[in-house]
Design a protein. Structure first.
Length: 163
């Protein structure tokens, strides 16, 4: 088992109060779904349980969602194979289209809870350098630092190299 957990940040610039009502109405249900999903560990929220109140960007309309998961497979199952999909498909109804990366994944030591500034640094790193082991995406994931990839070993054949 890895000694690392997967952190994720995604952001969105809201279109405005009237269209956000339906998004807000679904938020508690979707957060509860995440909280009960296999592999879920933690999510950013205020003491009142509200993540939408956190606005760390200059643009006050930018919402943040940050969480920690056991591994990429757990987060991917929640994002793409649960009731979360119906909300994700409607993202454009509620959020402005972004020309830059709005989601970043990175590995953290087990038990660490990332800060918002740490997450923003990872997003900026992804935007500046593209996917790396320090900041990546679902499309180009990287294994946890303590996981040995099969690609690290030479391909073995049936022929003995000594003959």
């Amino acid at each position: 088992m890895s000694t690392y957990e997967l952190a994720q940040l995604n952001i969105g610039v809201i279109k405005g109060a009237p269209v956000m009502a339906e998004f807000a109405a679904n938020l508690e249900r979707i957060n509860a779904l995440a909280d009960s999903s296999p592999g879920f560990i933690w999510r950013l929220q205020t003491e009142d349980g509200d993540a939408t109140a956190l606005r760390p960007f200059e643009n006050d309309r930018t919402l943040v969602n940050m969480s920690v998961w056991r591994d990429i497979e757990s987060l991917s199952a929640y994002v793409y194979k649960s009731g979360h999909v119906e909300i994700m498909r409607r993202r454009r109804e509620w959020f402005e289209r972004m020309d830059q990366a709005f989601l970043v994944l990175w590995w953290i030591p087990r038990g660490h809870r990332p800060t918002v500034s740490e997450a923003i640094e990872r997003l900026e790193l992804l935007r500046a350098k593209g996917p790396t082991a320090a900041a990546f995406t679902f499309r180009q994931p990287f294994a946890a630092p303590d996981v040995i990839s099969r690609d690290a070993f030479p391909t073995l054949t049936d022929t003995c190299p000594a003959t």
